[in-house]
Structures are given as structure tokens and as C-alpha cells.
Design a binder for this molecule. Sequence first.
Ligand code: NAP
Length: 246
Amino acid sequence: MQLSGRIALITGAGQGIGKAIALNLASYGADVAVVDVNLENAEQTAKEARTMGRKALALKVDVSNLKETEEMAEKVFKELEGIHILVNNAGITKDGLILRMTEDDWDRVIDVNLKGAFNCTKSILKYMSKMRWGRIVNIASVVGVMGNAGQANYAASKAGLIGLTKSIAREFAGRNITCNAVAPGFIETAMTNALTDKIKEDLLKQIPLGRFGGPNDVAMGVLFLASNASSYITGQVLNINGGMVM
Ligand code: NAP
């Protein structure tokens, strides 16, 4: 799964799962473009990648804005001299039962989680096509597979991401570009820290492996899908959830 000579762009890589993905890809040899709305955090991830001897570029980008993602793709292609791997990881939650969910909360979650992946994919594909080798990995969620009360916007965005994954896989298979999704279960990050102890206890009971996942559990699955080792796999969803859904 060596990635020497590969260039990877990871969104939402300033913290949490995205940061673990970026540093794991870097530790296997990839140069990385670290994209986040929080530039300070992105700079920190890039700094850590540079200590491994990799080239790393930190960029402040709101993935929901197509103009920004187009500028991002052009800059990464020029400065890192290519793009082989795209990981659409940036994501947010704005939870609430559907009758109380505001239109703004619906729109923002769809804009970042689903349209953000569309924007980044569309922006990089013209450059990735020139490389004659490409890997796109979309970070979906177990919730996109099974639904969740109180997360209609988030579940719809993640289920949409799975449909997007399969469509891109079909459109770009002929150009040696694969597109797969990873659907994590409960992973300990800032996003899940906000849940109450009661909710965490209830969730733990549904996980056969008896523990919550860590960002590196997801990062290892992404590494596989971003490498040569997965060259005959496209349009698939890899569930990383401790057995929560089988
Ligand atoms: P996190 O700790 O909140 O990290 C998400 C990162 O994305 C943050 O650095 C955030 O910046 C950034 N971001 C938010 N909006 C953005 C935008 N519009 N453009 C660019 N960057 C943006 O979340 P996480 O737990 O690592 O989650 C990463 C991904 O995994 C998400 O797609 C999430 O849905 C998915 N996931 C997580 C879990 C879990 O249990 N944690 C489970 C399944 C799937 P700010 O913090 O500054 O907003």
C-alpha cells in the first residue's frame, strides 16, 4: 500500500478523521493537500506531514462553494504537481427531529456533506483524468445506510454520497479512476463528543466488537482504497463500524 509519488487531497483534514487520514496517507509516502475551513488547524496537520518528509500544502476552503473548490484544485495541481487521490471527508451535523428541523439546517448539511463532495469531485476530475490513475474516497456514514431519528438531513446527505460514489465509479472506470465510500460507525472525535453519556452507552450496546472506533480505524480503510492494493474495487461501500451493521 505504498503511496510514494502520489499526491492526495483531503478535505476537513484540520482535525478528527480527516487529520488521521491525511497523516496516515503521508506516513505511507503521499504528498498531501490539507483542506479545511479552519486554516490554523490545516496548517498544523500540514506541519506534521512535513516532519515525515512529505510535501504538504494547507488551504482554507469551504467545500460548499464551487468557485473555491475550483481554485483549490488548480492550486494543488500546480504546486504539488498533480492530484491522484481525493478524500471527501469534510462533514457537519445539525441534528433535530424533522418537525423541528429548520430549512437552514437541512440546506447547510446537504450543502457541506453532499454538494461539497460534488464540488470537490467535479473540480479535481479534469486534473485527475490527466494522471491516468485516480482514487476517490467519500466518507459516508453508517447513518446513510440505516437512517437515524433526529438526523434526517445528515442521513440523506450520506445516503446521497453513496449514490454519488456509485455514479462516479461508473463514469470514470474507463479512465483508471476508482471511486468508493467508507461508512464509519461511531468514531471518537469532536463530532461525537457532543453526545450525552446515555446515548453513548446505548450505542456501545449495539457494537459487537465492544468499543467505539478511533480515527485511525477509518484511516486504514481509506489507505487501502487509496492504494494500488484496491485496484479491482470500485463503487463499493466499506463499513467500518465494529460490526454495528452487517
Ligand atoms: P470533525 O471532527 O467535526 O471534523 C470535520 C472537519 O471538517 C473539521 O475540521 C471542520 O472544520 C471541517 N469542515 C466543516 N465544514 C467544512 C467545510 N464547509 N469545508 C471544509 N471543511 C469543513 O468530524 P469527524 O468526526 O472527524 O468527521 C469527519 C467525517 O466523517 C465527516 O464527514 C463525518 O460525517 C464522517 N463520520 C464521522 C463519524 C464519527 O463518528 N465521528 C461517523 C461516521 C461518519 P470546523 O471544525 O472548523 O468546522
